[in-house]
Ligand binder design. Structure first.
Ligand code: G4P
Length: 528
């Protein structure tokens, strides 16, 4: 098959939601409907308890699990679908933002009882900033939930994009009758249960005016009909270009646990979501179907076995064809590698991979050679921008209990920093303890635990007076120099030696901004 054809049949998307909206359930059902797994329950069973996330064992387990199940590939119709899971816990949201840089579309799952929740809002901001097309699945219609019209207007106000319902619920909770497929003009009758594999086993009633619907669903039908007429008059027509540009989102209603509405979403991914497109590198635009391979490391994860300290670098293929054993160059340092045991993620089983194309995700086991943001090519020097690091909001100073382990502490923190598990800052004023910066409190706990189990270091974490950081740049080197020498006590370098200004309050930052108008302060740093 030609490269162009391989690219055209790829769909790479992330599934995002607030915890408990039904992301795991829907993921599993998508795999089931695509025929990638046989029995429901296998993804779910692997999901570690959400409620015990501060339990060390659970953290360990989750890390192991997410290596295996955070990327899933399945074939459906004539397409290859790559589905990237995003961590639900907000303390790991930085990870999620980076995952979003590796996809071409996102599927947003919303709990119809709760609407748009905080975690979803943050993720949406990232999608919006990147104009990522978003498909929306409103879940749990088998429960008493909120009015669908309210949900749509809430989504519109948070997304800043128009919603275009493809289906509409008839009733909800105990009176949930099914969904009316607005485009096909027929109602899909709801049947509870988790057994079905194909929506074509469903019962359909043709036509919105069909007296059979009215007879069976009475008031719920009358209400749905009124609403459908209303949205048909008020909602814009679905415009594929507007969807691709992140200006419209198609909306589907269903109940994932009951396998209801799942196939519609799967078909929409194939029919509506874009195939991998060009990626902008600093040097040039890279086309997905150009012959030479290039890819970006968007996630690094420690492997199951702490004794070996091996890690898996997750690489999104940007162009060309990847073949096992091919020689690759790391653009950052020109080093060469010839990865042989590269894995793909076919429906959660890690399998040895033979080839991959733009849009695919490959996992390269390594011992720290690959870092977040690294670009791999067949030799060309390419840098891709856009892998975000966010300014931490929580800081702790870190010291080692046994001074003889200082070196191990540095090694451990450097590696964990490169992996993106935490941000590590080295204060400019020498001699000070290293500072750890995090977006969520849980990151500190994970890092302390991993320092102990993987590096044999008992770290002591202590409160720090800082709670804000801003990377800074200036056009005029003299201005930069002056700022740095006058504020040495507040300056620290991150893992790639980018300088940051640390402040203990927003007021302190404001003062610095007023005193040094020539300095630009950044809440986000893009790798590359
Ligand atoms: P998450 O990954 O987004 O965190 O959500 P997950 O799929 O784990 O689903 C959260 C809860 O919502 C689960 O219940 C799940 O069974 C339930 N759920 C998912 N889809 C539907 C649906 O369509 N209708 C209804 N009524 N419930 C749904 P749980 O009790 O927390 O877990 P479990 O005991 O079922 O595993």
């Amino acid at each position: 098959m030609s490269l162009t054809r391989e690219v055209a049949r790829r769909r790479t998307f992330a599934i995002i939601s607030h915890p408990d909206a039904g992301k795991t359930t829907l993921t599993e059902k998508l795999l089931l409907f695509a025929g990638a797994i046989q029995i429901a329950g296998s993804v779910k069973a692997r999901k570690a308890s959400r409620h015990a996330s501060s339990d060390w064992m659970e953290i360990e387990k989750q890390r192991g699990i997410s290596v295996a199940s955070s990327v899933m590939q399945m074939e459906y119709r004539d397409c290859v679908i790559n589905l990237l899971d995003t961590p639900g816990h907000q303390d790991f949201s930085e990870d999620t933002y980076r995952v979003l840089t590796a996809v071409d579309a996102a599927l947003m799952v919303i709990d119809a009882a709760n609407g748009v929740e905080p975690q979803t809002k943050r993720l949406l901001q990232v999608c919006r900033a990147r104009n990522t097309p978003i498909l929306t699945f409103i879940n749990k219609l088998d429960r008493e939930v909120r009015e669908p019209l309210d949900l749509l207007s809430e989504i519109e106000s948070h997304l800043g994009m128009d919603t275009v319902p493809f289906s509409w619920p008839v009733g909800m909770g105990r009176s949930f009758g099914g969904v009316f497929d607005i485009r096909q003009g027929r109602m899909r009758v709801f049947r509870a249960g988790q057994e079905r594999r194909h929506d074509d086993e469903d019962e359909f009633i043709e036509g919105l005016d069909n007296p059979e619907i009215a007879r069976r669903y009475g008031d719920a039908y009358a209400k749905a009909r009124e609403e459908i007429e209303l949205i048909q008059a008020a909602s814009p027509e679905f415009d594929h270009e507007a969807f691709l540009g992140g200006k419209q989102t198609p909306v589907f209603f269903g109940s994932a646990i009951n396998n209801f509405g799942v196939q519609e979403v799967l078909d929409a991914l194939v029919d509506l979501a874009p195939h991998p497109g060009p990626r902008q590198a600093v040097q040039r635009e890279v086309q997905p179907d150009e012959p030479r391979f290039s890819g970006v490391v968007f996630k690094v994860q420690a492997n199951m076995d702490p004794a070996h300290r091996d890690r898996v670098a997750f690489v999104r293929v940007s162009s060309g064809r990847f073949e096992r054993g091919m020689k690759l160059k790391i653009a950052r340092n020109g080093k060469e590698m010839r990865p042989n045991n590269v894995v793909s993620f076919l429906s959660q089983r890690r399998e040895l991979l033979d080839e991959a194309y733009a849009g695919d995700i490959i996992g390269i086991p390594n011992h720290g050679v690959l870092q977040l943001g690294d670009v791999l090519t067949e030799g060309e020097h390419l840098q891709f921008t856009g892998l975000p690091f966010f300014a931490p909001e929580l800081f702790q100073a870190v010291e080692v209990k046994d001074p003889l382990r200082t070196k191990q502490l540095r090694i451990g923190l450097t590696q964990l920093g490169e992996e993106g598990a935490i941000q590590v800052f080295r204060p400019e004023a020498g001699g000070g303890a290293l500072l750890l910066g995090a977006v969520g409190q849980l990151q500190f706990e994970v890092v302390a635990h991993r320092l102990k189990t993987e590096y044999g270091v008992e770290a002591r974490l202590m409160p720090s007076r800082y709670n804000m950081a801003r990377w800074f740049t200036a056009e005029d080197p003299k201005v930069l120099q002056k700022f740095m020498s006058s504020n040495a006590a507040n300056i620290a370098y991150d893992v790639v030696d980018a300088p940051a200004f640390l402040a203990s309050s927003p007021a302190q930052l404001r003062v610095a901004q007023e005193l040094y108008p020539g300095i630009e302060f950044h809440a986000m740093r893009e790798h590359g």
